[in-house]
Design a protein around this ligand. Structure first.
Ligand code: NAD
Length: 454
């Protein structure tokens, strides 16, 4: 399999894809060694993961350059991602004992009732490329902390990063064959679905997630899906600083080239501040440097996947045919690499794909609304339910709106944000189950109830 640099379209490396045989062999090794890891004390498992985190910290520059080379994100954003991963590991390791240690619920004369959190066993982690450290860490770190063995399948677009992660985990002291990487495309993912894993944790598109969920259902093991989004944002007329709001929300839409599951994907603006907002938003977007991700100051690099260029072009074309106005951008750059101009569309509506289907790129549609009711109705009009945000100077008003939206996260005066202390979860086509927080630690264990008399 060839690893291609999306900024230059050059082949960085040839790697050997796994096969059904090699994946099965790796699975059997995980099966043999998982009980060894489970017997290691929780405290020791925490120490090993902390060492892994230290190694990430020591190797940030090296790891960031690999990440930028294979997924195309600007170097600064690659560093941010790795440092963000370190912060998540800190929360997970600091809280592992609290949520994974045995819990005595009743202790009285002649009776002890306690819960023991046993690992699920062998975890299949099929992952996405857009934040390979962050979405990987969400799964394999709590899984390992809880005593599971993990088969990590990085996306075919983030393979080298997956290999680096394995190297550092082994260096940190994960025993041999407790963490394995399976290298390859969808066909290798398929091989994992054929094996008897004890849990499937998937991050990726709705289409693949639905397929995997259906495919593993007969196994009767836990399956979690963290999928895409069409995350709405509403700007109310009482915001104090429209310039700052425009800059902050533009970043929420375009950071990582819009390739974030929780990127802002559609914006609704109260008519009283609409013109000012569009004006400031366009100025902000036009101020960004689009170019090689290795160059200082670049904010928009290439897209990671070539096929996204056509999808975005199609969304823009359809919107314009149906009456949208192009404020800026609109097409791919006429040069080597998968570059697409940051694109802002106004006069959009929900008959356009750009307001209904995930774009997962540097394209945003902005719509004018008359009041909160209209904003709520439009924000709800989606198959997805990952995040939603409201910008307003009134917290109660924002919370009232967010309560009415069927999403896993709600933001007031912020967006495109994940906290390790809070559950990360989707609703509807954005998936189900949670990672991060106490819920994300407990997702990798099965509680056993002990009733002890004597
Ligand atoms: P994708 O669905 O194309 O691929 C995800 C993974 O599934 C890859 O490793 C791929 O090789 C594998 N795969 C594909 N077909 C398979 C099959 N038939 N059987 C088994 N495995 C298979 O998604 P992607 O392009 O890598 O990621 C982008 C998507 O992920 C976006 O929709 C984004 O919103 C979503 N995402 C969600 C979250 C979240 O936390 N909710 C986080 C990151 C990305």
């Amino acid at each position: 399999m060839q690893i291609i640099n999306p900024a230059t379209e050059e082949v960085i490396k040839d790697v050997t894809e796994d096969t059904q045989e090699s994946v099965t062999r790796k699975f059997e090794l995980l099966q043999t060694n998982q009980p060894v890891w489970q017997k290691v004390s929780l405290g020791e498992r925490v120490n090993v993961i902390r060492t892994f985190s230290d190694l990430l910290g020591k190797n940030v520059e090296h790891l960031a350059s690999i990440l930028t080379a294979e997924v195309g994100k600007p170097l600064r954003q690659s560093r941010n991602e790795i440092n963000g991963g370190i912060a998540r590991i800190k929360w997970l390791t600091d809280n592992a004992e609290k949520y994974l240690a045995d819990e005595t619920m009743t202790l009285q004369e002649g009776l002890e009732e306690k819960i023991v959190y046993e690992p699920l066993g062998i975890i299949s982690n099929i992952s996405a490329w857009n934040y390979p450290y962050l979405v990987g860490i969400n799964v394999f770190v709590p899984a390992l902390l809880a005593g599971n063995a993990v088969m990590y399948k990085p996306s075919e677009y983030a393979t080298l990063t997956g290999m680096e992660i394995q190297k550092l985990l082994v260096e940190a002291g994960i025993p041999e064959n407790v963490f394995q990487v399976s290298v390859g495309k969808a066909s290798v993912g398929e091989c994992l679905l054929d094996l008897p894993f004890d849990g499937y944790f998937f991050t990726g598109s709705y289409k693949t997630g639905k397929y995997i969920y259906e495919r593993v259902a007969p196994k009767m093991v836990p399956c979690q899906c963290e999928l895409g989004g069409k995350d709405p944002l509403y700007v109310a007329e009482d915001v104090r600083d429209i310039k700052a709001v425009a800059a902050g929300t533009a970043d929420g839409a375009f950071y990582n080239n819009g390739q974030s599951c929780c990127a802002v994907e559609r914006i609704y603006v109260h008519e009283k501040v609409y013109d000012d907002y569009i004006n400031e938003f366009a100025k902000e977007v036009q101020s960004w440097k689009v170019g090689p991700p290795t160059e200082e100051g670049t904010y928009i690099g290439p897209l990671s996947r070539k096929d996204q260029l056509d999808l975005l072009q199609q969304q823009v074309k359809e919107a314009l045919q149906k009456g949208a106005t192009l404020v800026t951008g609109g097409t791919r750059l006429n040069q080597q690499g998968y570059f697409f101009e940051p694109t802002v569309l106004t006069n959009v509506n929900h008959q356009m794909t750009v307001m209904k289907e995930e774009s997962f790129g540097p394209v945003i549609g902005i719509m004018k609304v008359r009041n909160d009711e209209e904003a709520i109705q439009l924000m709800q009009d989606s198959e997805y339910g990952l995040t939603a945000s409201v910008y307003s100077s009134d917290k109660a008003r924002a919370e009232k709106i967010l309560q009415q939206l069927n999403t896993g996260s709600g933001y007031w005066n912020c967006c495109d944000r994940v906290s390790p202390a809070l559950p990360w979860s989707g609703r509807k086509h954005s998936g189900f189950g949670a990672t991060l927080s106490h819920a994300g630690l407990r997702a990798f264990v099965k509680p056993k109830a002990f009733h002890l008399r004597g």
